[in-house]
Design a protein around this ligand. Structure first.
Ligand code: SF4
Length: 387
């Protein structure tokens, strides 16, 4: 293994009211209600991002929108602007608790929509609920679940009999209805805390269940296993637009919002609500065969203070040259933020323009090759696949 320093683990996520300092200024994360921006909200966010930040917007793995490069002295003005747009909670506690990921294919008044609204309201009001910083909920009540691969601690989904409330990591859950789901979800969150799921304020449901903690009574109905792989392009709910590395410039974001309300997804894609005709926007990818979809890369240097090298240009250059259907993750350090799960090929920076190669592993796993130079990789991409 390389001698690169261990990455720092924060244990909490930035919000709008509690931003996080990064290499290029503050990161401000907006938790849009129901994961949706009206065209006016999206265009307002685009303007604020240009006024107070560097005009770049990131889509997080929990379907939140991050504004980057926010100047510290501009934070108060930004929050005021977001408040006018209806995009800020009353306080940082409510913002942190209202960590609800909503499957993006909902329709007005359906179960996903109603439960997500009820749960968001209940969490905002639950001032007695002290959850770990990353603890989150997924509302995923379409015909089949689409968020099973996305991190969430408490899930409301559907099995063959109806709606099911499930602790992450458990194979079984509690039958609920659209009317009872939000209350039952809060009870399960209290159960997690009361049964020792978060000693010292940290912990996740999956680990708590894996330790053999007996589930509450009634959590005995089988969940529905289901694989879902989103692809950019038309869906019955609108067009999915993928973003290069999950990032879009403010101008392109405003342009897309000129077509429709925008729904955020955890797949680094935006759903253009209800749009069925083709859309042109250089900042978005609508073609599933686009080579940029075969690479992931974190912010890297200089945007992330922990990065040991830049990442994205190398990933873009290599995307064109990857053999077959190979997929590549380029990480600025061993933390692997952009792709925490194993990837077929991972390049982990150990120094400037120097990478370890990991095959079928995560950014922190044992490398198959060490000290690969970025220029050599561009010249000889076979280094990725040949011994
Ligand atoms: S993986 Fe990338 S974004 Fe995450 S801490 Fe390391 S360098 Fe920063």
């Amino acid at each position: 293994m390389s001698a690169a320093p261990d990455p720092k683990v924060y244990g909490w996520c930035p919000g709008a009211l509690r931003p996080m300092m990064s290499g290029d200024g503050l990161v401000v994360r907006i938790r849009a209600p129901l994961g949706r921006f009206s065209p006016e909200q999206a265009q307002g966010v685009a303007r604020l991002s240009q006024q107070f930040g560097n005009g770049l917007l990131d889509l997080s793995a929990r379907a939140n929108l991050q504004m980057r490069g926010i100047r510290e002295e501009g934070h108060a003005g930004l929050i005021e602007g977001l408040r006018v747009l209806g995009l800020v909670d009353d306080d940082a506690g409510a913002e942190a608790r209202r960590n609800v990921l909503v499957a993006p294919f909902w329709s007005e008044g359906d179960e996903t929509h109603r439960i997500a609204e009820a749960l968001s309201l209940a969490l905002t009001a639950a001032t007695d609920l002290k959850l770990p910083g990353k603890f989150g909920f997924a509302v995923d009540c379409g015909t089949v679940p689409v968020l099973l691969d996305i991190a969430a601690d408490i899930r409301i989904e559907r099995n063959s009999d109806g709606l099911l409330l499930r602790a992450d990591g458990a194979d079984t859950g509690l039958p609920v209805t659209a009317e009872t789901a939000a209350k039952a979800a809060l009870e399960l969150a209290h159960w997690f805390v009361d049964t020792g799921g978060a000693p010292e304020g940290r912990g996740r449901m999956k680990a708590h269940v894996a330790r053999g903690t007996p589930l509450p009574a009634g959590h005995d109905r089988r969940a529905l296993p289901h694989d879902y792989a989103p692809i950019p392009g038309p869906t019955p709910s609108g067009i999915l637009a993928a973003l290069e590395f999950g990032q879009i410039d403010a101008e392109s974001f405003a342009l897309l919002a000129g077509h429709a309300p925008l729904r955020l997804t955890p797949w680094r894609m935006l759903l253009l609500e209800g749009v069925s005709t083709s859309v042109t926007c250089t900042g978005a990818i609508f073609d599933a065969a686009d080579p940029r979809l075969r690479v992931t890369a974190c912010t890297g240097a200089p945007g992330c203070p922990q990065a040991l090298s830049s990442t994205r240009q190398l990933a873009l250059d290599l995307a064109q040259m990857l053999p077959g259907d190979a997929k590549l993750h380029v990480s600025g350090c061993a933390k692997g933020c952009a792709h925490p799960a194993p990837a077929p090929l991972t390049l982990t920076a150990t120094a400037r323009d120097t990478f370890d190669l990991i095959r079928n592993g995560t950014a922190a796993d044992r490398p198959a090759k060490t000290d690969l130079n970025a220029f050599a990789l561009r010249r000889t991409p076979d280094l990725l696949t040949q011994d």
